[in-house]
Write a protein that binds this ligand. Structure first.
Ligand SMILES: O=C(O)c1cc(C(=O)O)c2c(n1)C(=O)C(=O)c1cc(C(=O)O)[nH]c1-2
Length: 240
């Protein structure tokens, strides 16, 4: 029996774009945050927990490099590690996130200690890194495509937070400004690689499932934050 006809390149990209409805921009925690409804303690919780995600992104990207035998891909992908860890004049995204921590009233020691990282956040982020370690590099690249949807979220924060959260110091916004440009560049590369590689309909459907997995990682991270910081569900909020 003949398999289903592959989607055209345009249709396939459209299917990937349609996954936006599962993006964490729609999670109730994010909606509260972007409408100025969180208090300082809750914003701090998000910053401290998301720090774990940022510290793991270079490990994920290093796993992709380790699994990729194509020099031309590695030459471009390695830039992502430099963007996070810093290179030359650029202090890097992880340092910029530490500055965001300070801008919301958290010391860098607190962030680096990872004391506030919730178990659910750790499990979700680790699942992403482990996926990149064990998948092919093309599959792992595909899993990064949530970045298609990230720029509008960074932009929302830049537009709304100064008004809603005047207590956040201006230096805190550097991270979001930095990522706005980087994410737009990165995602084009990841998207082209995905459109090139996943050719048959079965493969294209696999790509959608991979993107869904990553969307679930980000959603689950916020579910854990919701339980601890909105519902104040013991024991975690009492331990923080
Ligand atoms: O603030 C956000 O909502 C958000 C989302 C995502 C994402 O969609 O995965 C990333 C980032 N930020 C981000 O700053 C970042 O560096 C990043 C790297 C990646 C990735 O999967 O390689 N995603 C994201």
């Amino acid at each position: 029996m003949a398999g289903k006809k592959p989607w055209s390149r345009e249709e396939f990209e459209q299917k990937l774009q349609e996954k936006e409805c599962f993006y964490h921009i729609h999670h109730p925690f994010q909606v509260l945050m972007n409408n100025g409804k969180l208090n300082q303690y809750q914003v701090q919780g998000w910053v401290a927990n998301r720090f774990y995600y940022h510290t793991c992104i270079p490990l994920k990207d290093a796993a992709i490099l380790a699994n990729c035998s194509q020099r031309s891909v590695r030459r471009q992908w390695v830039q992502r590690i430099l963007d996070h860890d810093g290179y030359g004049e650029d202090v890097g995204g992880i340092e910029a996130w530490l500055q965001l921590g300070e801008a919301v009233g958290l010391s860098r020691e607190t962030l680096e200690s990872q004391q506030q990282v919730l178990p659910g956040v750790r499990f979700a982020v680790d699942a992403y890194v482990n996926f990149a370690r064990h998948a092919t590099w093309q599959e792992a690249v595909c899993s990064s495509l949530t970045e298609l949807f990230a720029p509008s979220l960074h932009q929302q924060r830049l537009d709304n937070w100064p008004r809603y959260y005047p207590w956040i110091k201006a230096e805190g916004y550097h991270y979001f400004r930095k990522r706005l440009n980087e994410a737009r560049r990165d995602v084009r590369h990841g998207l082209e690689a995905t459109l090139d590689y996943f050719q048959s309909r079965t493969q294209q459907e696999q790509a959608l499932a991979i993107l869904q997995f990553k969307l679930d990682v980000l959603w689950t991270l916020l579910d854990a934050l919701w339980m601890a910081y909105i519902e104040n569900r013991p024991p975690y909020h009492t331990e923080l």
